[in-house]
Structure formats: C-alpha cells, structure tokens
Write a protein that binds this ligand. Structure first.
Ligand SMILES: [Zn+2]
Ligand SMILES: [Zn+2]
Length: 351
C-alpha cells in the first residue's frame, strides 16, 4: 500500500484569495465588469458628507450560511475568522497564527497600506476592559511587521455609546447608529497616515465613523485592512489541500502525524457511495453517500466535536488522503467540493 504524502507539515500559510476581480476600487465590493466603484461608493454614506477613509483591503470574502439556524462558514477564510472570534482556545491560537501571517502577506501585496503609516487603530468596545477583535489584529500585525510597533493609538479612542452588535441591522440603521460614536482623545494627529484594522468589513459604517473622528483630529490618509469582505461572491475555486483544511477546522496542521498514521482498510467505492474501515483503538466505520448527502461515522471525536460543525475527524481526513492516492487528487477534490458547495444540506451523523 502506498504511503500518502504528508501534506500538512505544520507551518501552513493561509492561501490568500484576494477578493475576485472586478471589485470596487474603494471598498472591494463586487462590481460589474468595467465599473471602478460599487453603487455604495459612488454615493456618499447614508447620513454623511464624506467617506473619510481612502481604501479598504481584505484577504478574501466572508461567506456563511445561516439557513439551519446556526452560522456555517462557507470558505476557508470564513472558517478561520469564525475560529478567531468564536473558537476555543486552541482554535483561536491556530487562527491567530495563520491570520497574522496572512496580514503580513496582504500588507506586502498592497504596500500603500503600510508605507508611511504613523498610527494603527481599531474601533474599541464601549467597555474598554473588553478587547475588540480589531485590537487583537493590531497585535498580530505588529508581530508580523515589527516596524509598526508602538503605533497603536486605540487606547486614546473612545466609543461614546453602547450600540451593541449592529451586524443584523440594515445598512441605513448601521450608519445612523454609528454616526458620532467615536471620539479621539488627542488634539492633533498632524496630518499623519493611519491604518484601521477590522475583522469583517460589511457596510463600512464603523470604519466610516472612526475615520470621521480621526479626521476631526487632523489625520492624513486613512486606509482599512480587514480580514474579510462580507459578500455573496461565488465560484471561488479551492484545491484539495485547502478544502481538507476547511473540513478539519485546521486541526490537520497540528495533527498531521496522527492523521497519517490511521490505517484505512476495506475501501469500497461506487458511483454514489464510499465506505471503509478506519483502524484505531477499535475499528471505525465511515460511509459517505452523495445521493443521501450524508457522512456517517462512529468515532467519539466525530460524534462529540465534529458533527455539529460539519467537520472531519482524523479518520475521515485520512480517508480523503487515501482517496487522493488511490483514485487521484481530482477525484478526491471533486468529492470534497460536492460536500462543500452544498454543505447546508449535507448531514454529518454518528452511526
Ligand atoms: Zn465600494
Ligand atoms: Zn473518526
């Protein structure tokens, strides 16, 4: 039996899928071919007379499916963002490491973000004892771009009201609620360049008012670096390795040895189903049926930790490595893509 290549070597980098072109020059929103600005950026903000910030750069898109009552991230970057914000300690650690490196890569691809920047800033929480995700991102960026150390001025920014989470509000309401919410506690920024860090860029209302407050204090050019652009972009193509990382919630990075050591036996493949036994402390069954759209498996880790998030344990991950060896990478990739593209309707169940 061929031994699969060890495809996860423990220093994985996020594959940067910049938002697909054509996108808006200003905010990376989707635009039609030939257009340089999206319909939002062609106009002023709903209740403002300026956008105040110059440009937004994101690593890719944030897409999730909410139809099942819980949010399922639909691409690798979205899953990383989810892990960064809501994951357990280990997931957050993994996500921070990979996203931090991603911030470094993106600032290399868009040098104007970093060149000449004197101030880094994030929109703080109303209760300053709680850290905003943007503040954590500033730390990650500095760790990966040490020349930016000492430039974080978030501590002198106040949020004057507690508007809570505005994510579910409609666009006009977001801008209404954010208008005038920020206050920068310093008299003069002397026309210096500023970079705002944010997790997911959605309507832009938060960055817009933060920029307004900075400009009130004589800030120079302001740009926004966000992990992801909220959107409904489609047709993003992922390769085998990325899809597998997606389905393992990035555990595959730390557990490549455990995964590679799982023996797969009795593999049977038909047009619509794949079955096998994964040997461990006992024999575990795996069954994937593309007609019924179901992944069945019986190990403890799968039942307790993976089923709800529609993730793979090490046994299922190894099955896909084995499929890529025995039937080719295209076959394995296609199967992963079939599940991934229709994830909301797939069921992951214990046998
Ligand atoms: Zn735009
Ligand atoms: Zn398992």
């Amino acid at each position: 039996m061929a031994v699969p290549d060890r495809i996860f070597i423990g220093n994985e980098k996020i594959p940067i899928h910049l938002v697909r072109k054509p996108y808006c020059d200003k905010c990376m929103n989707e635009v039609s071919a030939g257009e340089s600005l999206c319909h939002f950026c062609k106009e002023l903000p709903p209740n403002g007379d300026d956008w105040y910030f110059n440009k937004v750069v994101c690593m890719g898109t944030y897409e999730h499916d909410d139809s099942g009552g819980k949010s399922v991230p639909l691409n690798l970057l979205s899953r990383l963002v989810w892990m960064f914000k809501y994951g357990d300690k280990k997931q957050q650690g993994n996500a921070k490491r990979v996203l931090g490196d991603g911030l470094r890569q993106v600032s290399g691809l868009f040098p104007f973000l970093i060149d000449g920047v004197q101030y880094l800033v994030a929109s703080p929480k109303f209760d300053k004892s709680e850290r905003a995700f943007g503040e954590v991102l500033i730390d990650l960026l500095i760790k990966n771009c040490p020349s930016l150390a000492g430039k974080d001025i978030t501590s002198i920014v106040q949020r004057l009201r507690d508007e809570g989470d505005i994510k579910l509000e409609k666009r006009e309401t977001r801008f209404e609620k954010m208008a005038g919410i920020h206050h920068v506690d310093i008299p003069d920024l002397h026309g210096q360049k500023v970079l705002i860090l944010d997790d997911v860029f959605t309507s832009g209302a938060t960055s817009w008012d933060l920029s307004r407050a900075l400009k009130d204090r004589n800030a120079g050019e302001i740009n926004v670096l966000a992990l992801a652009r909220a959107s409904n972009f489609t047709n993003i193509v992922y390769d085998f390795k990325e899809l597998l990382m997606f389905f393992t919630g990035f555990d595959s990075i730390n557990e490549s040895k455990n995964i590679n050591d799982v023996p797969i036996v009795n593999l049977s493949i038909t047009n619509t189903s794949i079955k096998c036994i994964a040997k461990g402390t006992q024999n575990y069954e795996i069954m994937i049926d593309t007609d019924d759209k179901i992944v069945l498996h019986d190990c403890e880790n799968f039942q307790h930790k993976r089923v709800n998030n529609k993730e793979f344990c090490k046994h299922i991950t190894k099955l896909f490595l084995e499929l890529s060896q025995k039937r080719g990478v295209d076959f394995a990739t296609q199967l992963l893509e079939t599940i991934y593209r229709d994830l909301p309707t797939w069921r992951f169940q214990s046998i």
